[in-house]
Design a protein around this ligand. Structure first.
Ligand code: NCD
Ligand code: ZN
Length: 348
């Protein structure tokens, strides 16, 4: 006898989510993009790779105030600021910024790994004081995990970073809270799964939704170029498995990284996908395809606060099963999923 399939829900109500990795930029771009994030998320870990980068508590406080001033007053949004680590960064400055509630975490960009990372760390040996302090005070270290060695194939830079840097870091600072940001490989998934509870990872909507084929479908697609670069399908599958597994070590971080279209549609285009305006819609699509819509709430709203030791958000947001078409352009930026129809619509 045939049984009826379970009815598919037409509404999804989850605890208000947070974005644990976003680029809100500054100036006109900040004003243009911040409310897309503030509309969907209660809090966001804001990346410090401005020009110049945010490297002092004073700069962090000033940036936080510029973000607050740019947010629509009708939205309840808390930016969580991060400090950009540089060689020789004094632990005292981090401890002071953390103690004053300005810095939630600090970000390790290997020098020249990605957009605005020229001032990044050349060797983790040069930030020992910072790491010892962070371990002592419980301040999370957020890592862009790619080696910058030009001889290492770009598709291998994350896996090689695990071998050359991350394994030693976790061994030398066993109590340091580490977020392996925007992971893109099966190796990263396996590393995080095998590590203790101090090590977690964020996963972006685009690394879940597509693989590197999409970057070259019918021609080169500069709006899908980001760092770490999209990998092959086996890695995409590993990421989808991790995100939808319910494992609390994996949580939402969009890595929304807007660049004006002209800076991407050019001979040497910038890395970064602007996914903030339809972030939850994109994650919902992935979770539904995996038959795991019931696990979206943990990934989006619970695992991140638990790792950071922050309270869960109160209140809920609703997605409804109504198709929404992503516009070709939002202001001067081409968003992720441009021109596509997504099945779930965020209604706030
Ligand atoms: C980010 C940016 O544009 O700031 N770009 C990206 O491709 N993700 C930097 C980063 O997070 O690597
Ligand atoms: Zn980023």
């Amino acid at each position: 006898m045939m049984t009826d399939p379970a009815p598919t829900p037409d509404q999804l109500v989850i605890r208000r989510p947070d974005d644990w990795h976003v680029h809100l930029r500054d100036g006109d771009m900040l004003a243009a993009v911040v409310n897309a994030t503030a509309r969907q998320f209660a809090r966001a870990i804001v990346m410090p790779n401005l020009k110049p980068p945010v490297t002092t508590a004073a700069a962090g406080a000033a940036y936080r105030d510029r973000i607050r001033a740019a947010v629509d007053p009708a939205l309840d949004f808390t930016p969580l600021i991060t400090c950009y680590l540089t060689d020789g960064m004094p632990g005292d400055e981090l401890a002071r910024g953390h103690g004053e509630g300005i810095f939630t975490a600090a970000k390790l960009y290997p020098a020249h790994a990605t957009t605005n990372s020229a001032h990044g760390v050349t060797d983790v040996a040069h930030i020992r004081d910072a790491l010892e302090t962070m371990q002592r005070i419980g301040m999370p270290l957020l890592i862009h995990g790619e080696v910058t060695d030009a001889h290492v194939d770009i598709f291998d830079r994350e896996a090689v970073f695990i071998e050359r840097t991350l394994t030693g870091l976790v061994r030398d600072y066993p109590a340091l809270k580490i977020v392996f940001e925007h992971i893109t490989t099966a190796e990263a998934v396996a590393f995080v799964e095998a590590s203790g509870p101090e090590v977690a990872a964020t996963i972006t909507p685009h690394h879940l939704a597509i693989n590197r084929n999409a970057m070259f479908e019918g021609g080169i697609r500069p709006h899908l170029y980001c760092l770490p670069v999209l990998k092959r399908e086996t890695h995409q599958r590993a990421l989808r498995g991790a995100a939808t597994s319910g494992n609390p070590k994996f949580f939402l971080g969009t890595d929304s990284a807007p660049h004006v279209a002209a800076a991407k549609e050019t001979a040497c285009g910038c890395a970064g996908c602007y996914n903030a305006p339809f972030a939850l819609e994109s994650y919902a699509k992935t979770f539904e395809e995996a038959g795991a819509l019931d696990r979206l709430e943990g990934f989006a709203s619970e695992h991140g606060p638990a790792f950071y030791g922050l309270p869960l958000n109160q209140g809920t947001v609703t997605l409804e099963r109504v198709a929404v078409t992503v516009p070709d352009r939002i202001g001067d930026v081409v968003p992720f999923h441009a021109g596509e129809s997504l099945a779930w619509r965020f209604i706030g």
